[in-house]
Design a protein around this ligand. Structure first.
Ligand SMILES: [Zn+2]
Length: 159
């Protein structure tokens, strides 16, 4: 007998004997993964959720399940995009780039509502501390972004 235990962010959520292999069990874990509980607010940053699958076989001698293998992966949960102005879709334009390769942070500003979309190409993997994950975060419009928009509009109307 063989079974798979799926553990999401440290919480066991499913025990199943259906998958035929560890890879299939990991696929099932990914398919069942629901990002919504992690998207707590519209302006939260990107987070990563640890999915762990444990493969266990029944040991007749001891009368217990014994772990024989495990596999894991990180699921990326991007924050939901906040709304733009009524009847508008965000139009993100590059405002500035901070840092340099490979650790760039791109700040985009929506030319309609002035919100920021911040993309970090060098975010830290919470599971092992390595860098290089891509994260997205939204920030509210501020004086600087509204100024940038109106300046941009002026420059364009001069043409
Ligand atoms: Zn917008």
């Amino acid at each position: 007998m063989r079974r798979y235990r799926i553990v999401e962010a440290g919480n066991e959520c499913l025990v199943t004997e259906e998958p035929a292999s560890l890879n299939e069990a990991l696929e099932l874990a990914r398919k069942n993964f629901d990002p919504r509980p992690y998207q707590r607010g519209p302006w939260e940053s990107t987070i990563w959720v640890d999915l762990l699958v444990r493969e266990e076989v029944w040991d007749d001698e001891t009368g217990t399940w014994r772990q024989v293998a495990e596999a894991r992966r990180l699921e990326t949960v991007f924050p939901p995009e906040p709304p733009c102005l009524p009847d508008r879709q965000h139009d993100w334009r590059l405002f500035r780039t901070i840092g340099h390769w490979p650790g760039n942070v791109y700040e985009d500003i929506c030319v309609h509502c002035g919100r920021y979309q911040v993309t970090d190409t060098w975010a830290r993997n919470p599971a092992d501390g390595t860098r290089g994950l891509v994260s997205t975060e939204y920030r509210e419009a501020d004086e600087a972004s509204m100024e940038w928009i109106s300046k941009r509009k002026e420059e364009r109307s001069d043409v």
